[in-house]
Ligand binder design. Sequence first.
Ligand SMILES: Cc1cc2nc3c(=O)[nH]c(=O)nc-3n(C[C@H](O)[C@H](O)[C@H](O)COP(=O)(O)OP(=O)(O)OC[C@H]3O[C@@H](n4cnc5c(N)ncnc54)[C@H](O)[C@@H]3O)c2cc1C
Length: 420
Amino acid sequence: MKVGIIGAGYAGLACAVELAEAGIAVDVFEASRTLGGRARAVEIDGQTLDNGAHILIGAYSETLRLMEKVGAGETVLQRHPLRLDFPGRISIKAPRLPAPLHLAWALLSAEGLSWQEKVAAIRFMRALKKARFRLPRDITARQLIANQPPILRHFLWEPLCLAALNTPVDIASAQVFLNVLRDTLAADRAASDLLLPATDFSAMFPEPAAHHIEVRGGRVFRSTRITGIQKLVAGWTADGLGPYDHLVLATAPYHLPALLAPIPELAGVLRQVEGFAWQPIVTVYLHYPPATRLPFPMTGVEGGHAQWLFDRCALCGQAGWIVAVISGSGPHQQLSQDALADAVHGQVARLLPGLLAPLQTRVIEEKRATFACTPYLDRPTTATSCANLWLAGDYVASDYPATIEGAIRSGVAASKAILS
Ligand SMILES: Cc1cc2nc3c(=O)[nH]c(=O)nc-3n(C[C@H](O)[C@H](O)[C@H](O)COP(=O)(O)OP(=O)(O)OC[C@H]3O[C@@H](n4cnc5c(N)ncnc54)[C@H](O)[C@@H]3O)c2cc1C
């Protein structure tokens, strides 16, 4: 059997790793020179950074399994018990206790919350658990948290929802948010751990995955954009390459129309992805003198555009590089890159008084970072209405929002469908 996979993001590579492991011949085609898609390394003035700061969480079981399989393991991640710090406002730290004590302790010992607010948070989690994290009908996350005290909405549920779904609570699917809470806060203690990257996102999984595939006889073609796919009597070709018994489309959803438009049976998939709305993520890199450090490698910030700051020195040894993340749409999109970098520097300087202006800044805007994860979003499935043509990607129907774990799970699901 021979399988062609279009796209070497986390989904396509996960699918290829599983198939290569099972002894199947795979060809992976990637348009870019760099592997990793929306989670990839970029070179900025001689430094290897990322197209955007990503974090993983302990619940990313399939990601961790495949990273282990390709030899990346957890050495490229820093594992920290769940910790949400908004300096001067609230601080929630989970101890290394078994679940559910870790969460109860984290909430009861939280700094910046009154007893009533702590009890309200615990009651909310207990009610969700009693309902098995299922809603009779989907609503927005804003409606879900409407009865929580304002400080909890502002510093706990809204940032968690935005970080997990990359969709503001006003339009985010409460059910998908609950799926994430179920698998993180309400699962084993380790599931809520923060896994912060100690390397760039191409080295994290894509490069070791490509090596793993190649030593098993598979091929990974970089800088190779596929412009058309053709159905054969049995199987498929991609730009005349192949033939392949199975073809997996592991592109981002917005790349699908170019490949699917000529195939009438797939008009339904096209309608689904053309119905998606997008949410951006803007990453602001600020390069300060080497001694500049944050109190913790990942810190919440308020009172400005940035929501989270990361300390690349503490994570990857890149001294002086502070990274700010702005998830979702907002007024920051109207600013020039310099004005945005200035504004974000203001937020960092409030945290680190006396900090001088950065030596260098860089803004990367991913306009279509993820689909907007709204209630009842109609997402395509792994199987298509064409035999032996499969979809993989973070947008494929699942419990999860657009995340690395969602992408990896979809790739694994496509490999299982092919193997079965
Ligand atoms: C800035 C940013 C921050 C994020 N933060 C997080 C986070 O903290 N945690 C988290 O879990 N998730 C995060 N995400 C989401 C996560 O990165 C994505 O969900 C995931 O990487 C999607 O992987 P994928 O394989 O489905 O798609 P993609 O990564 O989009 O991969 C698709 C690949 O297909 C290639 N391709 C497309 N068309 C063709 C063609 N015709 N021929 C050949 N190749 C083609 C593309 O070049 C690309 O490499 C973030 C995303 C962004 C953009």
